[in-house]
Design a protein around this ligand. Structure first.
Ligand code: PLP
Length: 484
């Protein structure tokens, strides 16, 4: 680490042994009023390399991560992220790039590779999605949803359509209604039928010429394939409503079927879920949005283009664009990881991802379905949703099951989502867990179900072992207000 200090007017008192800026090196010398000069050396900690290594190693051990444990958090796709993607993202040629370097002449030799990555990633995502064009700018899934809703609003405006509403399945992630309403639409919730899919009768009732878009998640958040997408698409299109695909659950379909072929007009993918980027704790993420041809003119700028001479450039001037949705080109390092991951897998690898993700979830569903209620009893896709209603009758709620897992050193699945299932426990093993690892998880879940019958009172004190003690939830809810 270089230590450069500005020369004090009376040299010689301190810092003589430090490298000093010459007039030429400092370029324009700052005129700092003498009262701002330090009187004493800054009290910076002096640590040995070993002390620093121990500090950070111990901190990293406090972090619960996929590299250390199974992370069966439903809807989040917490899969293993291959280290090769990290290495690619850390290459100097990528990580040291400045976003304002020239695209062609001068610094162009430095940026052409990065532009090619953006361009190729768009092409690959188009192929995966069955779409015609993509923007890589959105910084999260929710941001992609908002971008998609803005694209749909721009499309309807250009056609002179006056549309005010978006239909959303009641099983949808909370970000769907939020995104639609931030984009200026009213939200109409469509109930789920007894088979776990959109209730078609209620859908038809809600659909009319006011509807700008229909947002679907497939498989939906119950982990079930929406069976009537074709019919929903045809009905929606008959009213010139656009069909939006929330692609957070793409891990179940990757390489097997494409939202574009199913009739969707707009999709977002969560690169940080499906395409292997470490995530959690709020970011950084990447939620690219793909569209069919009729929506492409509205995509945000910039767009990467490939010129006839084979060089790449960013295009900013587009007549119908909705404008900037994020600074620069999105979260480039995440896009880069996804690019590396797609090249690593190839077409067959992607297929195997979804096959194994679905197989693993069905294995867990089959092994646990006699011990926990299964509200929608059919083959699941990449995640399965149980209910702890049976245990709750005995005073052991979904949150108690979660805490009993923490007691055993296991990260709990998602609980209380989707909201349409009471006491829900949503398990997503992902394709990267071994049978042995899943068996350990299953054994813990079975033990907990057993204990909920025999010793329901024992759950009150859990987790006992964990550094996180049980919070007083009543007090937390009661005192939940901002202190002035
Ligand atoms: C995670 C998720 C989202 C939102 O994605 P973020 O990247 O967290 O903003 C939307 N829908 C579903 C079904 C999700 O699981």
């Amino acid at each position: 680490m270089s230590r450069l200090i500005y020369e004090k007017s009376a040299p010689g008192r301190r810092g003589d042994n430090l490298p000093r800026l010459t007039q030429a090196e400092s370029g324009c010398r700052l005129r700092i009023p003498p009262r701002y000069f330090r009187e004493h050396e800054a009290e910076l900690p002096e640590l040995s390399e070993l002390e620093v290594v121990r500090h950070f190693t111990n901190l990293s051990r406090m972090n619960f991560s996929v590299d250390g444990n199974m992370y069966p958090l439903g809807s989040c796709t917490m899969k293993y992220n291959p280290k090769i993607c990290e290495r690619v993202a850390a290459l100097d040629g990528f990580s040291a790039l400045h976003p304002l370097l020239p695209q062609l002449r001068g610094g162009g030799s430095l940026t052409q590779g990065a532009l090619e990555v953006l361009y190729e990633t768009e092409r690959l995502l188009c192929e995966v999605a069955g779409m015609h064009a993509f923007t890589l700018q959105p910084l999260a899934g929710a941001h992609g949803e908002l971008t998609g809703m803005m694209l749909i609003a721009a499309y309807h405006k250009a056609r002179g359509n006056k549309k005010t509403k978006v239909l959303i399945a009641d099983s949808a992630h909370g970000t769907n209604p939020s995104s639609a309403s931030i984009a200026g639409f009213g939200v109409v919730s469509v109930p789920t039928g007894p088979d776990g899919c959109v209730d078609m009768a209620r859908f038809k009732e809600a659909l009319n010429d006011d509807v700008a878009a229909v947002m679907l998640t497939c498989p939906n958040t119950l982990g079930l394939f929406e069976r009537r997408i074709r019919e929903i698409a045809d009905l929606a299109h008959a009213h010139d409503a656009q069909l939006y695909y929330d692609g957070a659950n793409l891990n179940a379909l990757l390489g097997r079927c494409r939202p574009g072929d199913l009739g969707f007009d707009v999709v977002h993918f969560n690169l940080h879920k499906t395409f292997a980027t470490p995530h959690g704790g709020g970011g950084p993420g990447s939620g690219p949005v793909g569209v069919k041809r009729h929506l492409a003119p509205f995509l945000p700028t910039s767009i990467v283009i490939r010129r006839n001479d084979g060089s790449y450039a960013l295009e900013y001037e587009r007549e119908k664009t909705i404008g900037f949705i994020a600074p620069f080109y999105g979260n480039f390092a995440i896009i880069l990881r996804a690019y590396a991951y797609m090249l690593l897998l190839g077409r067959n690898g992607m297929r195997r991802v979804s096959e194994n993700a679905v197989l693993n979830a069905n294995y867990i569903q089959a092994r646990l379905k006699h011990s926990y209620d299964l509200p929608y009893d059919r083959n699941c896709m990449h995640e399965c949703v149980f209910s702890a209603a049976r245990q709750a009758a005995n005073g052991v709620h979904a949150i108690d099951v979660a805490k009993a897992l923490i007691e055993r050193g296991i990260h709990p699945p998602t609980v209380y989502f989707p909201m349409i299932v009471k006491e829900s426990i949503m398990i997503e093993p992902t394709e990267t867990e071994s049978k042995q690892q899943m068996d350990e998880f299953i054994a813990a879940m079975l033990e907990i179900a057993d204990e909920a019958v025999k010793h329901p009172e024992s759950f009150r004190a859990m987790p006992r072992q964990s550094p996180v003690s049980r919070v007083d939830e009543t007090k937390a809810a009661r005192d939940m207000r901002f202190k002035a």
